[in-house]
Design a protein around this ligand. Structure first.
Ligand code: HEC
Length: 163
């Protein structure tokens, strides 16, 4: 009895439900199509940028040259003055460990805080002394922390770290 009464009602519901499902399916289909197109467009771009780029990336991590702004001439003049003076022998290694290793590492290649890799450095002794004395970028000036003799000694030690 009750079943017969419910039947027409449920049939309408069923048709409505089916219609809803159909619309939803369409929406999903269009959505998926859109995603596919998007994915294809993205993957196409990266693959078009040749696979060589991916293989060359790890190699690029170790730059051969160190791009750097030139040291101002007045700083170089001061460095020349420091280098010309006579000093007693000072242990540059100890000074380096105390003052420089936090960024450059004991071997000079730590590169912490954006420090340059000293083992592949190409700069002259004067530039090096000037940079330690006056500082550069994130590197502090050491003119007030170290004596002239210590600066020259540590610069020489740093140069010795080069390969
Ligand atoms: C706070 C971290 C820090 C400390 C400590 C530090 N440096 Fe540096 N050093 C740097 C940074 C950063 C650079 C790169 C500066 C730039 O070119 O902008 C650099 C660059 C250098 C360079 C130049 C390398 C090149 O090829 O251009 C030398 C030489 C150097 N440091 C020596 C020293 C010495 C010697 C000491 C210790 C007395 C020292 N540094 C302490 C951060 C540091």
């Amino acid at each position: 009895m009750t079943q017969v009464k419910l039947k027409p009602y449920s049939r309408v519901k069923l048709i409505e439900f089916n219609l809803d499902l159909l619309i939803m399916k369409r929406v999903y289909f269009i959505y998926t199509l859109f995603l596919c197109v998007l994915l294809f467009a993205c993957s196409d771009k990266s693959s078009n940028n040749n696979p060589a780029k991916i293989t060359s990336k790890p190699i690029q991590k170790q730059p051969k040259a160190l791009p750097s702004e030139p040291v101002p001439p007045e700083q170089l003049a001061k460095a020349k003055e420091l280098l010309a003076a006579k000093y007693d022998d000072i242990d540059g290694k100890a000074i380096f460990k105390r003052n420089c290793a936090s960024c450059h590492g004991f071997k000079g290649n730590l590169k912490s805080s954006g420090a340059k890799d000293l083992t592949i450095s190409k700069i002259s002794m004067e530039e090096s002394v000037a940079q330690i004395y006056f500082g550069k970028g994130l590197m502090l000036p050491y003119s007030k922390l170290l004596s002239d003799a210590e600066i020259v000694a540590v610069a020489k030690y740093a140069k010795g770290l080069r390969k």
